[in-house]
Write a protein that binds this ligand. Structure first.
Ligand code: CUA
Length: 164
């Protein structure tokens, strides 16, 4: 028993220190009560932005019982960094058909990187019970061909496919 425990601990330490694998959303903290008052996750910053070098970052906010934006627009076959926060309770963050699957915990920023292989619409359900409206907490990810993504606009301001 002791040897098995030691082996498991060794695997965790090895993967953390040598392979750089750490649990997501455990490092970067944020004040969840002040998200809408300014800063990275204020309303005008939510959505998909492109840096000057073309790097794509999606910022999203989970709140009982919706994600903002509720339709995330991203280019296919491009590295995408997703940064998500919760304004209230723990929500689930899962994009079906991809490796994106984590929790949005108040007080922390969850950061993941992925690459969407093919254009299409992917469902993004909240998969962590978060209250009476949990069942209806959904968003979509719309993946478009790289040449169809409005990169010039995304360099100016965040873009999304949200219907307003
Ligand atoms: Cu949010 Cu379940």
């Amino acid at each position: 028993m002791g040897a098995i425990m030691a082996a498991l601990v060794a695997v965790v330490v090895f993967s953390a220190l040598h392979l750089g694998l750490n649990p997501p959303s455990s490092v970067e903290t944020i004040d969840s009560t002040r998200l809408q008052l300014g800063g990275e996750f204020s309303e005008g910053n939510l959505g998909t932005s492109a840096a000057a070098d073309g790097a794509i970052t999606v910022r999203l906010l989970a709140q009982q019982y919706a994600f903002t934006p509720n339709c995330i627009l991203v280019p296919a076959d491009t590295p995408v960094t997703l940064r998500g926060v919760s304004a209230d309770v723990v929500h689930g963050f899962l994009i079906q058909g991809t490796n994106v699957n984590t929790m949005l915990v108040p007080g922390y920023v969850a950061t993941l990187t992925t690459r969407f292989k093919a254009p299409g619409d992917y469902r993004m359900p909240c998969h962590e019970f978060c209250g009476v409206g949990h069942q209806g907490m959904w968003a979509h990810v719309r993946v478009v061909a790289p040449e169809a993504f409005p990169i010039a606009q995304a360099k100016q301001e965040p873009v999304s496919c949200e219907r307003r």
